[in-house]
Every structure is written in C-alpha cells, then in structure tokens.
Design a protein around this ligand. Structure first.
Ligand code: SF4
Length: 282
C-alpha cells in the first residue's frame, strides 16, 4: 500500500495559519447573515449593535487583529486519511501550530493547566482539544476554531429518553437558549448534537457550530427543525448584544447520530457572533 508522507512542519504551519485566519477573518456565511440581519432588525439599538459588529469584523480583517479579545480555546476537527503518514509527532505538530499562532498572532492565551486548584495560565494556549477521525484517502483535513467561553459556558447537555420525542428535544434546546439570555454575546449560532452517547452528542454539537450557517441538515425533518428553532429563538427578543431585538440567533445547526434504543441525548453548544473557524486540506 502506497502512503503519502506529510511533514510535521507542514502540519504546524497549516494549524498556525488556520488559527490566525479564523481569529482575524469572520466567515463569509456569518458576515452575510449579519448583513441580512442588519437589514431586517426591527430595533434601532439592535441595528446599531449589528453595525458595530460588522464594522468590528471589517476592521479586524483589514488590520489583521483579533475580532474579539477572547481568542478562545483551540478546538480542532481532524479527518486523517488512512493512506497518509506524518513524518514526526502529529499531535505535537498540531500543538506547536497552536503555540505559534497564539504567540506570533498576538492572540490572547486563555488556557489554564488545572481546572479547579492551580489554574495557572499555560502561556501558549495549549493544550488544544483534538477530535480526530480516520477517513479514507491520502489527505488530512483540518478544521480549527477558537472557542470563546462566554458562549461555551452557556451550553448544556441532557440525556433525554425516547418518550420525550421531537417536542422534548425542541423544548430542551429552547430552554437552554432562553436560560443563556444575553450572556453568550448574541447574535448566536446554536449547535445541536442529537444521538450517540453522552460524549458523542456534545462532540456533534460542537461540530454543528463549525458547519456553515447557510447549510441545512440533509434530512428534511431536521432541516425543518433548524428553521423552526431559529424562528422561535428570534422571537425571544434578546436581540444583538442582549439589548433587545429580533436577531438573537443567526443560525441553528443540528447534527445527528444513531443512538441506543433507550436514549435520546441532546447537547446544545452555543457560539457567539464571533463564530470563528477555518479549514484546510493537506
Ligand atoms: S462570547 Fe464570543 S464575542 Fe463574547 S467575549 Fe467571548 S469570544 Fe468574544
């Protein structure tokens, strides 16, 4: 079997570029949604906030400065081809890319080494959170995002049982967003993971926040649920920056997975308007 070889240096360079890019340049799907929301926002204060967010994002891109001071914890989804080998330590190459991006890109280092007791800043924003999947092929696809915790902290998971049905799923998602209120820096992107196990649902919810918001779940029933939830959330009235208005969310993305006969886990991962992610293929 013929393997393609990628060097550790190539991985590091790609990861570094992704984290700098996603912190400087807001995605086209988010900018389009912000612009559309600006035109449709009923509240003058809400329109003003959206103008400021759009201007902020333009300045960040033009001057290559972070579009938010919280440059996030580094999260990566990696699809690793089964016919590619890395010359070196793959995980260390990724961590080095994160290290270099946050150092050379002047991105805030936000990671502490111990969650409860020491809480000492690691000073280079590592370790990153890696979700690696082996796929067919000789390429490595990397999607990277900086996850701010103002919105991460508002996320939730619930182990629903099947009897809750569609209505129970929707209610939990809406309850989670309502409880979050103005805290996650709206307008938000709501990532939902349904199915799998406890940890798979949470991982899917995160992955959902990385999916472009101008896409839908391939199953029409879930696609309809995405649209319905978005409408319901925007009727809550929190609005841009939580100052009132009809733009509380820009998108709702649902990802699903087969699950156990006795379960229906639902995870809601909330992402702020600084929805940062970028992808590349090596
Ligand atoms: S939640 Fe998002 S927009 Fe708000 S401070 Fe954190 S990263 Fe920035």
């Amino acid at each position: 079997m013929k393997f393609r070889t990628v060097t550790a240096q190539e991985i590091t360079a790609a990861v570094k570029q992704l984290f700098m890019d996603c912190n400087y340049y807001i995605g086209g799907d988010i900018m389009d949604a912000l612009t559309k929301a600006r035109d449709q926002e009923a509240s003058p204060v809400g329109r003003n906030v959206l103008d400021q967010i759009i201007e902020n994002d333009k300045i960040a891109a033009a001057e290559q400065i972070p579009l938010c001071q919280d440059t996030g914890m580094a999260v990566l989804f990696i699809e690793y081809g089964d016919k590619v080998s890395v010359d070196g330590d793959f995980e260390e190459a990724v961590e080095e890319g994160v290290r270099q991006a946050y150092r050379d890109g002047y991105l805030r280092k936000s990671v502490v080494d111990d969650p409860v007791f020491d809480r000492v800043n690691t000073k280079d924003n590592t370790p990153a959170i890696l979700h690696t999947k082996i796929v067919k092929g000789d390429k490595i696809r990397i999607t990277a995002g900086g996850k701010g915790f103002g919105s991460e902290n508002m996320s939730a998971i619930k182990m629903l049982t099947p009897s809750y049905g569609e209505e129970g799923v929707k209610q939990f998602i809406l309850d989670t967003v309502f409880a979050a209120g103005p805290n996650p820096c709206p307008p938000i992107v709501v990532g939902v993971g349904i199915g799998g196990t406890f940890e798979r649902a949470a991982q899917l919810a995160k992955k959902a926040t990385f999916r472009p918001i101008d896409t839908h779940h391939p199953d029409a029933r879930y696609a309809a649920m995405e649209d319905e939830l978005l409408e319901s959330i925007n009727r809550m009235g929190f609005g841009p920056a939580g100052l009132g208005g009809n733009t509380t969310a820009l998108g709702v993305n649902i990802e699903t997975s087969p699950t156990h006969i006795a379960g229906m886990p639902v995870a809601v991962n909330i992402c702020c308007h600084a929805a940062r992610h970028a992808s590349t293929e090596i």
